[in-house]
Design a protein around this ligand. Sequence first.
Ligand SMILES: Cc1cc2nc3c(=O)[nH]c(=O)nc-3n(C[C@H](O)[C@H](O)[C@H](O)COP(=O)(O)O)c2cc1C
Length: 213
Amino acid sequence: MTGGPNLLTSKPRDLQTSGPRTRYFPPMPLLDLLRRRRSVKRFTERPVTRAEIETLLEAAVLTPNHRLTEPWRFYVLGPEAREAYGLAVGIRKARKIEDPDASRAMRDRVAAEHRALPSMIAIAIVKSDNPEIAEEDYAAAMMSVQNIALAAVELGLGTAIRTGAVMGDEAARAAAGVAENERIVAIVNVGEPAEVPTGPKKRAAGELTKWVE
Ligand SMILES: Cc1cc2nc3c(=O)[nH]c(=O)nc-3n(C[C@H](O)[C@H](O)[C@H](O)COP(=O)(O)O)c2cc1C
């Protein structure tokens, strides 16, 4: 089955063909934006404005959600909260290091790195006792994460999604300020990209698709 453009091989109009880019050039059609989005590891020091974050969250709540549960809750972390969250991440990393000095240095470095992030959003969902609703709500919240990531590209901003067991850590939960009946499902770091990586090579959809009669 052919017809539409192959997103992985066709190039957006003004996309550089090789090497890391240093920023996005919005606005752009959705398919270009999908191709452009990359996990951004390094941000510039340019702060992200409240208006920009609000735009990202407006995009987030446009996400489809079954039964209109609107399961998502967003926590925008300031420097103190980022540092506290980073400390929870750092403590977990530090535990794996035997040398006490190196272990402390790791803990402090990770906490400081989180504080220095231009912005950080914790996405949580309200827990449900119904497993079917819990799964739907998780899926919807992760789709809202993608909306945030795509809207960020349109604003010229980059994102990095972070997950992991730390999200259930009491210290991390307290840092983000989530309610008792909520669970964090993702962290999205947002900032102006210092560099947009070219990203990992991904398999073409055709390799992963069966057309079933
Ligand atoms: C649900 C989810 C969780 C992720 N968690 C992490 C994470 O904890 N740490 C990390 O470095 N990257 C994380 N990522 C980013 C992926 O590693 C990244 O999307 C992947 O390498 C593909 O790169 P790209 O985003 O540039 O296409 C996560 C992505 C998703 C969708």
